[in-house]
Design a protein around this ligand. Sequence first.
Ligand code: NCD
Length: 313
Amino acid sequence: MGIVKSKHLLEIGDFTPSEIMSILDLARSFKEVNDRAIKKLPTLRGRTIVNMFLEPSTRTRTSFEIAAKRLSADAVNMSGSTSSTTKGESLVDTAKTLSAMNCDIVVIRHRYAGAPRILADNMSAHIINGGDGKHQHPTQTLLDLFTMREHFGHLDGLNVAIVGDIAHSRVFGSLAPALKALGANPIAVAPPTLLPARPDVLGAEVSWSLDEVIPEADVLYMLRIQQERLDDAPFPTLREYANLFGLDARRAAKMRENAIVMHPGPMNRGVEVSSEIADDPRMLVLDQVNAGVAVRMAVMYALIGGEKDELTV
Ligand code: NCD
């Protein structure tokens, strides 16, 4: 039996909690490979992976490309400005075009929620959601869970405060339900203007006060203010926002002893985190990036039908 049943990773719910744990275990083996001088395995030799990034990305795109190459797959990058979508080609036609080239995996980032599903319905490749609009970002969630589990040794019972621009956050959209499913407690911390109508449906409690939540939290997960998605003005100025919901050294002094700070990147220094906190040893943003490569190797391997027992790393 393969590691996961689903053909695609369109949203985090495509993997069961036990499948998520198997992916994290597998990612740990791949992380060891990534620490070696020669970081390459023949596992996906002969496979073709297309990275279709129609929205800006540094970490996610690079990380998928590195992950594919470390597994010996051929990785091709498509970006928004060079693809025919700018010439008016529909996503369905792009999917059929890529399908005609026999790609094995397509990773898609798109400004529209649901774009990965359109690809899945119109081509034979395995589809991985690399972030769709305000909906989900499942591989980010897996690397976040990996980072938390490495630090605490478990996920069960952790209080995870997810702070900031919840309303526009695909990171929250997949992290909150996954934490809930794995026995942790996600808490959405934001001003009411940055909360969606029903954060509870994603399993999260809600608080309007960062100061109240800090002493209880094991993880402070600071979200970026998505300035590109703010149509109206949810707060008077960025300074005002930073004063109430930003993490600085004064607030961080109230953190639990073993608590950590996380961020999906890119960080806005001086907004959601002060520069001092961005460089603080409790901030694990670079551990997250490091885990990202291993986790994406694990996801690609698992979707293509790998069996954990047959893998020699
Ligand atoms: C996130 C994204 O693009 O959704 N970044 C990422 O993938 N590392 C979060 C963000 O842009 O704020």
